[in-house]
Design a binder for this molecule. Structure first.
Ligand SMILES: Cc1ncc(COP(=O)(O)O)c(C=O)c1O
Length: 428
């Protein structure tokens, strides 16, 4: 736990605010901030829907984009907001401990030490912080793929243009349905050279729902790193946003060096929240970009790599509740429910002539989205038709070409999927 002693708080007050009269007020801030919320207990999937203010007259298959958050998270945001509105300066310094609690909960959720977790405002902020600061020396190269999201591609491109290193971008499979672990490993191995410093991959591809075999790639990277010295070792980085809060995997099982995710999608966290997680507890392979507001001068990765400046603190501090919420749901329970719903949808789509399933059937190689095409209609037209019937799906056109995206998550049911399938049956 961070040392919230009076001495440290005063040091922090001096660092951040100079002349503000903290000394006289620091001890008086706790009265309105006690966490009185009842812990959430999971009963069943139907009942879970009551924990959210979602408008269920819509069939919402777009939780992957930006999520509604559950009551426990909402209440915690309100609690912190009230504290900040009541006495911003006092509550701010009290809140430094809340950031630490958020990092501890993230660590519990992901099986790591709080010091390995930095807090960000989004996946994009995490990726930019990572790819801007990761150690790449002159002559070294980056290997990445066509399956990355714009935010990874652009962060890497900015750095490559600035420093002139080679950014090698490959495909790991031609069509999503052809993906196999052996092929992915073969292609990565083929393209890693002794100059490759960074391997930048995405866990679940947001153009197809292909899920990469992240642990198997971790083993390959570990083998290839044998004999390389620290300055040349391949640093394996994962954009994990669409697996985090879906797949039941801990950080250590992945074998990566850095992991980035937003927590305002599948995790049900407050908007404007995310994490970066590091294998190392120190800054062995990375430098900060944005000055951290690290009041205790803690040299660990988490406090050093958490961008400083003032944030929407009530959101960041309430993120802790989203991790607790997921732990109460059960990570294995969430994973099996989401895979069950997606497999159900895939099977139903395959019954329809005129609909082409794009996402692999295998739950080993796909995750919480299901992508498809309707031969007679563009993805935009399908989205509009569905929208008119109060069903939210979305079009995408990335590495797998034009597709319709549907993401059945824990707030959806098979009945809702049947409704969407009935519309597709009628128009296909
Ligand atoms: C794979 C992937 N990475 C990064 C992002 C950006 O996420 P954020 O909005 O949290 O910055 C997205 C957006 O959905 C995404 O699909």
């Amino acid at each position: 736990m961070m040392d919230l002693s009076r001495r440290n708080l005063l040091k922090g007050a001096g660092l951040l605010a100079g002349a503000l009269p903290f000394q006289s007020t620091l001890t008086a801030s706790s009265a309105q901030s006690a966490d009185s919320s009842a812990a959430f207990e999971f009963e069943n999937w139907e009942r879970l829907r009551d924990e959210f203010d979602l408008d269920y007259s819509w069939r919402n298959f777009a939780g992957f984009l930006l999520t509604s958050h559950p009551r426990v998270v909402e209440q915690d945001i309100q609690r912190h907001r009230a504290g900040l509105n009541n006495n911003p300066a006092n509550y701010l310094f009290k809140g430094w401990g809340y950031s630490e609690e958020t990092r501890e909960k993230a660590g519990e959720f992901f099986g790591v030490n709080a010091g390995q977790v930095a807090l960000t405002d989004s996946t994009t902020m995490g990726l930019a912080t990572l790819y801007n600061g990761i150690s790449i020396k002159p002559g070294q190269e980056v290997l990445s793929t066509e399956h990355e999201h714009y935010s990874s591609q652009t962060s890497l491109r900015y750095r490559a243009e600035r420093e002139g290193f080679k950014l090698n971008t490959i495909r790991l499979y031609e069509e999503p349905k052809d993906v196999s672990t052996a092929e992915v490993l073969k292609r990565i191995k083929q393209h890693i050279t002794n100059k490759t410093r960074v391997l930048a991959l995405t866990w679940v591809h947001s153009g197809s729902s292909v899920k990469l075999p992240i642990p198997a790639i971790g083993e390959l990277v570990a083998e290839l790193n044998v004999g390389r010295n620290e300055n040349d070792r391949i640093l394996y980085c994962v954009d994990g946003v669409h697996g985090f809060g879906v797949e039941n995997l801990n950080f250590d099982e992945m074998g990566c060096d850095f992991f980035v995710a937003g927590t305002h999608k599948w995790m049900f966290g407050p908007r404007g929240t995310g994490i970066i997680c590091s294998r190392k507890l120190d800054l062995a392979f990375i430098d900060p970009t944005i000055p951290p507001f690290n009041l205790n001068n803690d040299p660990a990765f988490g406090p050093m790599m958490t961008p400083g400046g003032f944030h929407t603190f009530e959101h960041r501090w309430a993120l802790r509740k989203a991790f607790e919420f997921h732990l109460a749901l059960g990570k294995d329970n969430v994973e099996s429910r989401i895979h069950f719903l997606n497999t159900y949808l895939k099977n139903r789509l395959q019954e329809i002539r005129g609909v082409e399933l794009v996402t692999p059937i295998s739950t080993e190689l796909s995750s919480g989205f299901t992508f498809f095409r309707v031969t007679k209609h563009s993805p935009e037209a399908v989205t509009t038709i569905m929208h008119e019937r109060k069903i939210i799906v979305s079009p995408a056109d990335r590495d797998a070409g034009p597709v319709v995206r549907m993401a059945p998550g824990v707030l959806n049911s098979t009945e809702e999927i049947d409704e969407a399938v009935a519309v597709l049956q009628a128009i296909a």
